[in-house]
Design a protein around this ligand. Structure first.
Ligand code: PEP
Ligand code: MG
Length: 581
């Protein structure tokens, strides 16, 4: 049994059969073969090596002809590596002595070689690691004879073990069959984590390398509560986790009774619990959990994992489905927040040096007006179907907000001229997720109807910590005193300006923060649908007065650790047995 520790990003526990995906999206096959298949496997390996060697020779000749000797030499170097006797011996001995499959042995050996090159101080040599990975891919393609795995098209329940999963790939996961996933990289606030929550599957990210130890078809446990990936679990561990799966089920059933109970504190303060969604199909989960409405619809997911840009009709259809299903309850449609880690499959997120500080979100929409206008038209057309509100993400200047509003008004005029119905009084809001915006929120409140605090980004920009980077994950902390102060300030200013403020970052979905957030002045929260019962349960066990005290004590504390420790203690006092009333 081997245990790898990562970051728990979506709660729950799953036990199931692993599929292991390599860096290029190939499914790494089952590890073992039978002793009688060893000779055939060695022959298969040799055939593949020959076939890849002749491919490389063909490339070398073509490239030399077109671009000269120097460029052709790239392939000569790969040819040398491929036929290197030490490499061949290592692969063959894994097949012979360990009875590993040829594909698994290739993958394991070449990755070990690539790792050695990667760790070299010499930049030139380190870059050779790419050549080795390329050889691995060529051999795997030949041995397995298939294209990269399509995780949107599986036929049995599996747990996906992967190096990385982009938000687009996560969005394409076949939620019928993927029980859970774990990735070697990724951070606590990344959008992949958000998708895992939307799919309501346990997920662990940022474990560091573990896939070389994993084999397809073996049993694996993902503990999304504690951030653990357990390979080759022993029987006792499996049965202990089976009990936990049961406990999760019965806890969810207990919380389900909260659905029709009011969301209010012991002293009668109403707390609106809205839901965050990424896909229209989540709307039934929102209705089932008794959401007051949709507080954040992340519309960029219409783009992710798709080959083609959505048309106005695609936008409209998605919005209409959500708005109609919510039957009159508010639906906050956030305009596209594309860019940074939310890119399409074939875009390169790192083509910008600092994608999180670059052309993302409202900045990207305002530079691509036809894309933005298409979306605004669809939102406005859907506005007659229910209580639709529009919200702009990542606003960092008043000018940007005004420009976005001007675009909205232009589309209103166009629709009016074409006699297409829409709601001219559609409420317009903005996200507060840039520290500069939070600090000077007075400048913005006069120009919007509502605010929504996006702590996922607010934390990364305030603390200078990339939300999706596991190496700095320990610094990404919602409990940092600076975050508390910014939220407090925004709530104060919004209250004085009499405009509603909600909080839709992942912080709002953690029961640890509920008392603090109510005490800081929030009266509405937007959370993933699966978190609504838990948060409602906390609200129903505390008084507003108690929450104010908690916030007052927490605000001046010195560190995130002090705040976390204190909040856990207060939650345990308020809900000692997590009883449901
Ligand atoms: C946020 O930043 O808190 C937020 C809700 O938006 P997203 O996670 O989509 O960036
Ligand atoms: Mg954000």
């Amino acid at each position: 049994m081997q245990i790898f520790e990562g970051i728990a990003v979506s709660p729950g526990v799953a036990i199931g059969e692993a599929i292991v995906i390599d860096n290029e999206g190939f499914r790494i096959p089952r590890q073992s073969i039978s002793p009688s298949a060893v000779d055939a496997e060695l022959a298969r390996l040799r055939r593949s090596v020959d076939s890849v060697a002749s491919d490389l020779e063909r490339h070398r000749r073509d490239v030399t002809e077109q671009l000269g000797e120097e460029c052709g030499a790239i392939f000569s170097a790969q040819q040398q590596m491929l036929i290197d006797s030490k490499l061949q011996q290592e692969i063959e001995s894994l097949i012979q002595s360990e009875q590993f499959s040829a594909a698994y042995s290739v993958s394991r050996t070449l990755r070990r070689f690539a790792q050695v090159f990667q760790n070299l101080e010499n930049q030139f040599m380190a870059e050779r690691a790419h050549d080795i990975v390329d050889i691995e891919q060529r051999l795997l393609r030949d041995l397995l004879g298939h294209e990269p795995e399509d995780l949107g098209d599986l036929d049995s329940p599996v747990i996906v073990l992967t190096h990385d999963l982009t938000p687009g790939e996560a969005a394409r996961l076949d939620s019928q069959h993927v029980l859970a996933f774990a990735s070697e990289i990724g951070g606590p606030g990344g959008h992949t984590a958000i998708v895992a929550k939307a799919l309501e599957i346990p997920a662990v990210v940022g474990t560091g390398a573990f896939r070389t130890e994993a084999s397809a078809g073996e049993t694996v446990i993902i503990d999304g509560d504690r951030g653990l990936v357990i390979l080759q679990p022993d029987e006792a561990t499996v049965s202990q986790y089976q009990q936990q799966v049961e406990q999760h089920r019965s806890h969810a059933a207990e919380l389900a009774v909260l659905r029709d109970l009011p969301s209010e504190t012991l002293d009668g303060q109403r707390v609106e619990l809205f839901a965050n969604i990424e896909f229209p199909k989540e709307v039934s989960a929102c209705v089932d959990r008794g959401a007051a409405g949709i507080g954040l619809y992340r519309t960029e997911f219409l783009y992710l994992g798709k080959d083609q840009e959505p048309t106005e009709a695609d936008h409209y259809q998605a919005y209409a489905e959500v708005v109609q299903a919510m039957s009159g309850r508010p639906v906050v449609i956030r305009t596209l927040d594309l860019g940074a880690d939310k890119m399409n499959q074939d875009s390169d997120p790192y083509s910008e040096r600092n994608p999180f500080l670059g052309l993302r979100s409202i900045r990207l929409s305002l530079r691509n007006l036809s894309l933005f206008r298409t979306q605004l038209r669809a939102i406005l057309r859907a506005s007659v179907l229910g209580d639709v509100r529009v919200m702009f993400p990542l606003i960092s200047t008043v000018a940007e907000l005004r420009q976005a509003r001007t675009e909205l008004e232009k589309i209103m005029d166009d629709l009016e001229a074409a006699d297409i119905p829409f709601n001219r009084d559609i409420p317009v809001g903005m996200m507060v997720e840039v520290p500069a915006t939070a600090m000077t929120i007075e400048r913005f409140v006069k120009e919007v109807d509502f605010l929504s605090i996006g702590t996922n980004d607010l934390i990364q920009y305030t603390l200078a910590v990339d939300r999706s980077n596991r190496d700095v994950a320990s610094l990404y902390d919602a409990a940092d005193p600076s975050i508390l102060q910014l939220i407090h300030h925004v709530c104060d200013v919004a209250r004085k300006a009499s405009i509603p403020a909600t909080l839709c970052g992942q912080m709002s979905a953690s029961a640890n923060y509920t008392m603090l957030l109510l005490g800081l002045g929030l009266r509405s929260l937007s959370v993933p649908p699966s978190a609504i019962p838990e948060i409602k349960n906390v609200c129903r066990h505390v008084s507003l007065e108690q929450c104010r005290q908690v916030a007052q004590t927490a605000l001046p504390l010195e560190s995130a650790d002090d705040v976390t420790h204190y909040l856990k203690q207060e939650l345990a006092k308020a809900l000692p047995d997590l009883a449901i009333h």
